[in-house]
Write a protein that binds this ligand. Sequence first.
Ligand code: NAD
Length: 378
Amino acid sequence: MKKITRRDFNTTLVKGIGASALVANAPIACAMGTSQERKKLGIALVGLGGYSTYQLAPALLDTQHCYLAGIVTGTPQKENLWATKYSIPQKNIYNYENFDAIKDNKEIDVVYVVLPNAMHADFSIRAAKAGKHVICEKPMAMNVEECDAIIAACIKNNVKLGIGYRLHSEPYTQEVKRFVKEKTFGKIRYISADAGYYSGSNPGQWRLDKKLSGGGALVNMGVYAIQSLIYGTGENPISVSAQEYSTRPEYFKDTDETITAQFEFKSGVVGTIMTSHNVSANRLHAKCERGWFELDPASTYIPLAGRTSRGPLNFKQESQQKLQMDDFAKHILFDAPNLVPGEMGKRDMMLVEAIYKSISEGGKKQTLNFAPKFGFGG
Ligand code: NAD
């Protein structure tokens, strides 16, 4: 268990922790001197674009175990706006150049990297070197080599690493994982997942610039479909074959528009994915020995919906980002399992690379050699 010393505590406390959590985390409770007070971790968001503005920052107003303590932005005009809206003191505001000084800021425990993909590795590694825990958005990095460098930096600096796959904290997804674990519908025989959206007409965006994105639909949305296949079967695949389609080459000049891929799994399950920046699709469907289960939508952050051959699923809807960041904070504070470890981001990047390789070889089947649970979270 990571022990938190008195020096580590900042002034923000959270009240009303359940008795069982306190027993499990006795050193923390003792350090506090009271059984009813507990530190909230301070998070700094790096990159104040759409995802930070409309999802993460609002979610951090509701989180139980962490709060928005700081920001890192390359746009000075955003500083006052955010400082006022979220009561962020000037000393907790950084830009990309002075970011490394964050190491001396005791109010920041976690750095959440929410930048274009090409900047993930640089800022995650700098955050780790500053001694801060790291959440890195998906896709984890531009390639497997960068994923390895992030993981190594976090190990070397003894900080925790999580990837921004919010669905692992989300109840419909957790129910799918339960179906798989308990074999509710028997063995799974076939699974398919689609993840895409119509990218419209905005050719200047960084997601269409390979230098900043590392790829197109596959790295942006395809990772959700890959994830669906893996938590929807409970297995890593043993092979993949893939195809790429382009219907608007004049728009998708630099990055992939639509990709399909077929996977084999050791247990005999066959899986397919479709990912696109030209087709709106968001679905997971599994055919099993004794029925089927489905999520549609399966990976949006508007409410998910699901049904099975036995009837509809119905779970309370809460901010997925709130649940995700609280789960990561619990991992740090209470040694709860890391639901989305760095290895998961690396595994998905290995699959992305295998898919691109298959496409470049005319759809040739790529053999995969993952350990059975490599990249699985707790
Ligand atoms: P965005 O374009 O809305 O914001 C990008 C931010 O990065 C902006 O604040 C921009 O100023 C800054 N930036 C710094 N250097 C830049 C450069 N060279 N080019 C462009 N922007 C630059 O993007 P976003 O939707 O917030 O996505 C950011 C990251 O979050 C991406 O990695 C994306 O995949 C991820 N994301 C994850 C989810 C999720 O559900 N987990 C959802 C959306 C985005």
